[in-house]
Design a protein around this ligand. Sequence first.
Ligand SMILES: Nc1ncnc2c1ncn2[C@@H]1O[C@H](COP(=O)(O)OP(=O)(O)O)[C@@H](O)[C@H]1O
Ligand SMILES: O=P(O)(O)O[C@H]1O[C@H](CO)[C@@H](O[C@H]2O[C@H](CO)[C@@H](O)[C@H](O)[C@H]2O)[C@H](O)[C@H]1O
Length: 453
Amino acid sequence: MSTEMNPWTSTDPATLVDEVVAELPEWLPAQRWFGGKDRKITGVRPLRTTVLSEADPVLVHLVVEVEQPDRHEPYQLLVSDTVDNHDATGDPELAGRLLDLVADGATVDGLVFEHEPDVELNKGLRGRPITAEQSNTSLVFGSQYILKLFRKLTLGENPDLVLQRALHRVGCEHIARPLGSITGRLNGQVTTVGMLQQFLPDAVDGWAMATTSVRDLMAEGDLHADEVGGDFAGEAQRLGQAVATVHADLERALGTQHADADDIEKTVRAMTARLDSVVSAVPELRPYVPALREAFEAARDTPGAIAIQHIHGDLHLGQVLRTVHGWLLIDFEGEPGAPIAERTALRSPLRDVAGMLRSFDYAAHQLLVGQPEDHQLAVRALEWSRRNRAAFTEGYAEAASGSVGDPRKRGYLLRAFELDKAVYEVAYEYANRPEWLTVPLSSIARITGEVKR
Ligand SMILES: Nc1ncnc2c1ncn2[C@@H]1O[C@H](COP(=O)(O)OP(=O)(O)O)[C@@H](O)[C@H]1O
Ligand SMILES: O=P(O)(O)O[C@H]1O[C@H](CO)[C@@H](O[C@H]2O[C@H](CO)[C@@H](O)[C@H](O)[C@H]2O)[C@H](O)[C@H]1O
């Protein structure tokens, strides 16, 4: 990037940080990964500054606290005097320095760059940011490594790293191998700021595959889902098997417990509380409130013991990658908006099953968003969704060797979790993609309609 365009007058790290911080209130809201776009920024202050290079060019790892009326949250940045937009993650050479530090196992002013035991990394690779719509920033090095820099920092070890390390230890075949990490102390706690993993260059994400299959079906007005070339049911079944295997691996690695009456009560209360909070912001949800409450209450009637363990927490088709060797799960961070205590709590694996079932419904219906009503296409969408949801659940039941068993035998609980996820999606779409709000709303109408019958 040309230095002529560079507005920074500084050539020393401290002045650069002052200049950058002064501009952040204006710059942050325009970033995809910034989670506080709905509120005004009242202040930004540096929390932790680590000078990775003093000069030629200056490179600084910066953690700032972003102050908003009801919250103070830490965000991570990488800044240099050679880039004009505050963000050195877009510069391949500078990004490459992070990889080299991880490869060297370096510690710079308390910022610890580590590779996993038995891992030797290649140095000197350039890093390019991936273009996906993301909550964080991921840099790809050659076709070998991917480094995720968590943007909004969660104090403590990030569940993404903790869970994938645990899975790797028990030989899980459905994750990308963890290769390294970057950690620093924040408010006295060792906090994960980056995670390096094996990059799968041949990977295609499940959302892209599923929506291509739906498009094929829509283009063939007279054929059924099982008659079109792009039928996804075989993949959906294998995906179900992969998810069940990951749950069994998480159970092996980190254990399981039985939920007691108190846990179930808390779960029901949390689902109801989320409903109350979302309905106050999105009045379109109001007609479904009685049926939703009833479905949440019915979760108490689930027969038999309910197993709880560590789970993925935000599983959907965009979080699974199909490689030549099978399906992988990525991004074990949980729902980006949820508090860390909720994201790290032991929960029923059926929540992940419910998340994926919701995703099949999304994939089926997203092509109809904003289109004139077409009965034929609506029937096709429902058919695709039912076929693939059934195949996924079948695959899950086949491979469920842990304490979860066959999700189809847990109808009340699964329905409650699916509706709870749909309520979350209503809030998510309202805040991020209002034109998609109809997708979860129409699912809620359909599922609660089925409950009444
Ligand atoms: N190991 C990997 N190999 C190939 N692509 C990956 C890998 N990990 C992530 N990706 C790509 O990066 C995208 C974002 O990754 P993700 O972990 O979901 O980030 P975020 O937490 O920012 O949502 C994924 O949708 C996928 O396309
Ligand atoms: O991938 P993230 O961890 O950022 O998850 C958030 O964004 C997702 C959208 O990208 C959102 O997922 C919803 O839309 C998906 C299609 O784009 C669909 O596959 C999911 O089923 C649906 O929930 C996710 O809820 C949100 O947490």
